[in-house]
Design a protein around this ligand. Structure first.
Ligand SMILES: *Cc1c(COP(=O)(O)O)cnc(C)c1O
Length: 409
């Protein structure tokens, strides 16, 4: 980027445009532009703070943008689920007062020691006796630890599985819970039902497994952490309202045989940040129902390429046909894998040079783009319009009529 250009972009940081169309009119950007919607992230955070029947930890890996972290903090999110020492340092530097919970069940000894001794981390997760020994050793047998045993649960109701990598099997959980109880100040049980869980039953079923584990181990449990997985809205994926999830979790957790003063936690990543970002891309070439655009698999569209995730889209160029066609996208790099199958519903007569806004990219999207291409914060622009879909605005519309959220299932 030319120095002059950089200064130009830098000066835009303070400028808020209304929406993507205003950005395109003013800048005709040749590079992709990330749009930030702080109001949408703040609304999501307030929703969890008010309605989740317990404490909400933001899962930082979903989007570690410092601007977003500050928005969530200002909206009442005090606890952060961090998964690497880099995330520990980042959140500690941006939010000095935040409570950090190191919820990756496999950590380096040095990471545990630094987290505990330098950054004041007291909450750790684990799923093996080796990790428990490592935590005890790295913290010099600290007596003020909250230790959460990660239980393996089913991912069958989620779009992205997190079932195979982490978690102790129910059959092996009792000895680990008992050993952890011996050294923990507070004992927790955590799990993750997989990302984008499409039914509250995923949590009910997982909490049944928690019940079996607690009964089996006959230990006092102080924290029940239902993890992440709370869904957002995407084309073909219209989940029930989050209140249904919270109600089902509340009822199932209330009936668990745990300490009456026990705490209920959750670790939303996607649900807190999906609505925070969208992306403006430019069409460089068309070939039938394939569009060559300037962002892709190595940018913000990782999930669109690798797991065929579909995102809502709209054409930002005026005067195009109302008739929509289902397109697939090619990204800017030279390999065939830089391909997003879609279908993405856009005007049948879209042309090279047109602009597209791709919505709902705040979770596992915009953050990856920034990191991979050095497309830093200076090039993100704030807008104040509504995200293309929302779990939080209280007017859930028919997905087939709005937001370009089309259901092909
Ligand atoms: C990724 C992750 C989360 C967040 O999951 P979402 O599906 O984005 O809500 C929460 N907890 C842990 C331990 C994770 O690894």
């Amino acid at each position: 980027m030319l120095p002059g250009r950089k200064a130009y972009w830098g000066s835009l940081e303070l400028h808020t445009f209304h929406d993507a169309s205003a950005v395109v009119s003013a800048l005709s950007p040749d590079e992709p532009v990330i749009l930030n919607r702080p109001h949408a992230a703040a609304r999501a955070a307030c929703f969890f703070a008010e309605k989740f029947p317990g404490k909400s930890l933001y899962a930082v890996k979903a989007n570690p943008s410092p601007d977003l972290l500050r928005v969530l903090w200002a909206s009442g999110v005090t606890h952060y689920d961090v998964a690497s020492i880099a995330e520990v340092r980042l959140v500690r530097s941006v939010l000095p007062e935040a409570v950090l919970c190191f919820m990756h069940p496999v950590k380096a000894r040095a990471a545990i020691a630094e987290a505990y001794k330098v950054h004041g981390v007291r909450v750790f997760s684990l799923d093996s006796h080796e990790e428990l020994a490592k935590i005890v050793d790295a913290t010099d047998a600290a007596t003020d630890l909250s230790l959460c045993v990660r239980l393996r649960v089913s991912s069958e109701f989620s779009e992205l599985s997190l079932a195979s990598k982490f978690g102790v099997d129910l059959a092996d959980a009792a000895p680990l819970l008992q050993a952890t109880r011996q050294v923990a100040d507070a004992l927790g049980i955590c799990f993750h039902v997989g990302s984008q869980a499409m039914t509250p039953f995923a949590y009910v079923q997982a909490l049944e497994r928690v019940r079996a584990a607690v009964v089996d181990a006959a230990v006092t449990v102080d924290i029940v952490d239902v993890g992440g997985g709370f869904p957002s809205i995407y084309p073909g994926m219209e989940p029930p309202p989050l209140e249904d999830y919270f109600g089902a979790i509340h009822r199932a957790a209330e009936s668990l045989p745990v300490s009456y003063s026990s705490e209920l936690w959750c670790e939303p990543g996607r649900a807190l940040c999906a609505e925070y970002n969208s992306l403006i891309v430019k069409v460089e070439k068309t070939r039938g129902d394939e569009l060559y655009i300037n962002d892709g698999a190595y940018g913000a569209l990782y999930d669109a390429a690798h797991v065929g995730w579909r995102f809502p889209v709209q054409c930002l160029t005026a005067g195009r046909s109302e008739t929509l066609t289902g397109y697939s996208f090619y990204g800017p790099t030279c390999d065939d894998a830089d391909y997003m199958e879609g279908p993405f519903m856009l005007p049948a007569d879209i042309k090279a040079g047109d602009y597209i806004e791709i919505g709902m990219l705040g979770a596992y999207g915009a953050a990856m783009k920034t990191a991979f291409n050095g497309f830093g914060q200076a090039s993100a622009i704030e807008v104040d319009d509504e995200p293309m879909a929302s779990q939080y605005r209280g007017d859930r519309r028919d997905p087939r009529q709005s937001d370009n959220v089309v259901s092909l299932r």
